[in-house]
Design a protein around this ligand. Structure first.
Ligand SMILES: Cc1cc2nc3c(=O)[nH]c(=O)nc-3n(C[C@H](O)[C@H](O)[C@H](O)COP(=O)(O)O)c2cc1C
Length: 277
């Protein structure tokens, strides 16, 4: 089993310490695990400039594509990923945020189905929320099943043995949980939010195929407009959830027609910028 740890931290700090311990605990459960460390600092990617090419035209049109692709190819080969970040300014580290900006388009066109993700943070309880909301949203939006999230309060000053033991115990339990999830081969059971995304996005790009070109091509490839297609990929979805998702889709259709200028939309090719001045 292959695990890729994507680390947005220094190689000798607290986050690395946590990842190393987590790896050790995972291997205690299964010593055949192949655990790769990927430090984002070894893959310098310029900041996202907001060209929107990845979302509108295709990820291969991103100016940083060749560098991002190397990491994406590694994620595609892994059974699971660990996203590890310290808590900086009540959020994730800047290098992790920049990475997520570059792979954000996957939330429009998810491809990581059947793979698991675990979010690990070297942060206080107060910082954890600001880290977990965006990282979990990205991972599940991209198609990963998010097994869990854990923060370890690794303060940059000496902790008492009792505190260290608490952190170790928490991380051991987390590793056990992640291992269980990794070996769980049950059929995908997406949550309501992930189901709704499929219906809402397929509608969005059908209304704006001249803007959301790459998304529209993706949804056509997935046969998303065929009444037999229920989701991005094969999954267990109850009829009640399907009804709710289609209801949301209709609501979105109605609200789009209230805010989008359909006449102007017809003239657009690619992204559009509304002028205030
Ligand atoms: C730039 C920076 C910003 C930080 N911001 C916060 C913060 O907002 N709140 C907090 O409790 N700790 C903050 N910390 C402390 C780190 O979260 C903590 O030391 C963490 O364990 C560092 O992990 P690392 O050694 O892998 O970088 C910050 C540290 C740095 C370097």
């Amino acid at each position: 089993m292959k695990i890729l740890a994507i680390i947005g931290a220094s190689k000798n700090g607290n986050t690395t310490e946590i990842v190393k311990f987590f790896e050790k605990q995972l291997k205690n459960n299964d010593n055949s695990i192949d655990f790769e460390y990927l430090y984002l600092s070894d893959y310098p990617i310029n900041f996202c400039v907001g060209c929107h090419n990845c979302i509108f035209v295709g990820e291969n049109k991103c100016p940083e594509y060749s560098k991002v692709k190397v990491i994406e190819d590694k994620m595609l080969l892994a059974d699971g990923i660990v996203l590890a970040t310290p808590g900086y300014m009540f959020s994730m580290s800047g290098i992790m945020k920049n990475f997520l900006d570059h792979v954000a388009y996957n939330c429009h066109r998810p491809k990581y189905f059947g793979k698991k993700a675990f979010i690990l943070a070297s942060a206080t309880k107060w910082q954890a929320k600001g880290i977990f909301i965006p990282t979990k949203t990205w991972a599940s939006g991209a198609g990963f099943e998010v097994s869990s999230t854990t923060y370890a309060e690794m303060a940059p000053f000496p902790l008492k043995t009792k505190e260290i033991e608490k952190i170790k115990s928490k991380l051991s339990k987390s590793a056990l949980k992640f291992h269980k999830e990794l070996t769980n081969k049950k059929e995908l059971k997406p949550d309501m939010g992930s189901i709704a995304v499929f219906y809402i996005f397929r509608t969005f790009c059908k209304i704006m195929p001249n803007i959301l070109k790459a998304d529209y091509a993706y949804f056509n490839e997935k046969n998303a407009y065929d009444s037999k297609t229920k989701w991005f990929t094969k999954a267990k979805i109850s009829n009640l959830k399907l009804i709710m998702a289609k209801f949301m889709e209709n609501q979105v259709k109605k609200s789009i027609s209230k805010v989008i200028d359909m006449d102007k939309l017809k003239e657009v090719n690619g992204g559009y910028k509304n002028k205030l001045i």
